[in-house]
Design a protein around this ligand. Sequence first.
Ligand code: BG6
Length: 478
Amino acid sequence: MIFGASGDLTHKKLMPALYSLMLRRLLPAKFAVVGVARTDGDDDSFRNDMKAAVQRYARDEFREDVWGDLAQSMHYVATDFADDGGENTLQELLTRCDEERGLGGNRVYYLAVPPPAFPTIVEALGKRRSAEGWTRLIVEKPFGHDLASARELNHLLWKHFDEQEIFRIDHYLGKETVQNMNALRFSNGIFEPIWNRQFIDHVQITVAESIGIEARAGYYERAGAIRDIFQNHLLQLLALTAMEPPIDFTAESVRNEKVKVLKALHTPGPKSVVRGQYGRGFIEGEEVVGYREEEGVAPDSMTETFVAAKLYVDNWRWADTPFYVRMGKRLARRETTIAIQFKRAPHPPFGETASEGLRPNVLLVHVQPDEGVSLAIGAKVPGQGMQIRTVHMDFLYGGAFRTGMPEAYERLILDTMLGDGTLFTRADEVEEQWLLVDAIVAAWQRDRPSFPNYAAGTWGPPSADDLLHRDGRSWRRH
Ligand code: BG6
């Protein structure tokens, strides 16, 4: 059951994901999709609307036969869940689906609605839990606005659902390349011995987007980059990079290790976090407006569209090793990378001039685009004499594997049906993430930067560069 069935996420991600799963015969034979939203409609209008969405957004080519199989399992109920009787209609439909399709009372509820709608729906679902089968609840972001509201939401969910039944989405965890971070670290013997403060100089994590806020001013004005990306995707990437090897890959073991990193995470002070907001500029040669000129944004908005920070993980593995992170909208290009920058070789035996073109080793995980991993190493330039230069050993997904890359939502929806929470965030992780964000936001109240402070199409404000220059370092070149 998808709550928010007429929304953007359902059109762009959820239904295309279900279609791709159906195409690969990964959906169970006993299956039905029930769309729920306030918008008027019936089964036919829902099917037509979703067909258009799948044709537009699915990664796979459209096949009538596959769509036909999916469409015949789809139903729609228009209700606001208040007192329009929708709850009863829904209940009757579910009972019918159980009887006709043999669903055995198993339910996946997907909350793809704005947070103010959560309480009514969760209470209603809680009251009518099916006596048979299992129940799972997927909760879309934003999961709260700060620590207090996230805790309140957790308590609301726990009133009716066990923690094991709750699947908090962070769609970055469903990305193949993010899961590959675990494969890279824990299926190769060569990395773990050097994955620590003795060999690693620092880590850089970039989540850059060239798009603006699209039509989401209402949400983004309240969220900003710190809540939209830093609080969830960015901190999860950091946790996966820094965590200890889990004893196995079960949800509990992996999340136990991640939460330890999040607990140990801190910023050394207000000067270690910078924020920015884009002004006018050019993206791929096209002029674009500044954030304050976007539709629905206040002309004097102080919402940040860029954040860069220096963070430390206070434990034996990472003490004194900076994690520099940056994220933002309307940056020069779309790029999500994790760069592990190793220390320089201890002594240059060929002399300083021979190694002028040599940079320290970097293991670069390309989360997107150009998914893959590359290792920067020094190599001799062919010719007489000894000149060393940096070259790259590359692994590209596109070249190594013939299969296409699944969308994150395919994996996450399937994992929910299987009851596997490994790629979802647990309550304590979310709360630790908010704790850090709340501290940063509180410090921000004390000053008022002059926005806009970076032009669209650049790599953020100059203060982001200063953050690293102060430490004698710089952001990875693009
Ligand atoms: C979402 C944010 O969680 O992630 C968006 O709300 C952002 O603002 C998106 O654009 C980025 O996701 P992806 O998968 O395109 O990197």
